[in-house]
Design a protein around this ligand. Structure first.
Ligand code: MG
Length: 220
């Protein structure tokens, strides 16, 4: 099992084993537009396994792809077991937040869309999930209103705000919990804003969300 870091307070950083990673597609209108699709009628959900996490912040492009894309996203850590969670209770299941990267093999995804096959290769390959250090939920007053930004080699590529998320965190927790048992160590990727693009070997990605520890990753 791969782990993430959780900064409990100023002096204590815990390692937490990650269960499943549930991810939202097209959760920002302008990203849905740049992908050439309509706004989803219901949340688009896919998964990454715990083994997809790059604990050393080094991303490797699998041989099968020539088009690796960056996607900066708010990552939500689940702290409590829950099934059929009420909307009003949903936030009580969050233990923390971090900056995340949902790395995507865009050529493989386009092929899957064309063929009507699953996105598993495009989204769940080794090193496709990267997380900055998580901080406690109570340190972020409003996770649905945070500046979100990503640069490649110092050039800003994505810059938006989490208030543009179509589906909010509490809704998604409630929605997902009707389908999947949520367990401590599960993580939810809240989708990426517009500006996704290709990265190549040697690139450095800097991902930031207001109030959260910065994430720096390298493409091998
Ligand atoms: Mg994404």
């Amino acid at each position: 099992m791969k782990t993430i870091l959780f900064k409990k307070d100023t002096s204590v950083v815990e390692k937490i084993e990650v269960g499943k990673i549930l991810c939202l597609g097209k959760n920002y209108l302008n990203h849905a537009k740049e992908m050439g699709g309509d706004i989803p009628k219901s949340p688009i959900i896919f998964m990454k396994p715990s083994s997809s996490i790059a604990e050393d912040f080094v991303i490797e492009i699998p041989k099968i792809s020539n088009e690796l894309h960056h996607e900066v996203e708010l990552a939500v850590l689940i702290g409590k077991k829950g099934k059929n969670i009420n909307l009003s209770d949903a936030n009580n299941f969050v233990s923390g937040y971090a900056v995340g990267l949902d790395m995507t093999l865009r050529d493989q995804q386009a092929l899957a869309k064309k063929e009507g096959t699953p996105w598993t290769i495009a989204k769940a390959f080794d090193t496709s999930a990267i997380f900055g250090t998580f901080i406690p939920q109570n340190e972020i007053a409003n996770p649905d209103n945070l500046e979100i930004k990503l640069s490649v080699n110092g050039n800003v590529k994505q810059h938006s705000n989490t208030n543009f998320m179509i589906y909010k965190i509490d809704f998604i927790i409630s929605y997902l919990s009707e389908i999947f048992l949520l367990e401590p160590g599960d993580i939810i990727f809240m989708g990426t804003p517009e500006g996704v693009g290709k990265v190549v070997s040697g690139d450095t990605i800097e991902a930031e969300i207001e109030g959260l520890p910065k994430l720096i990753a390298k493409i091998k």
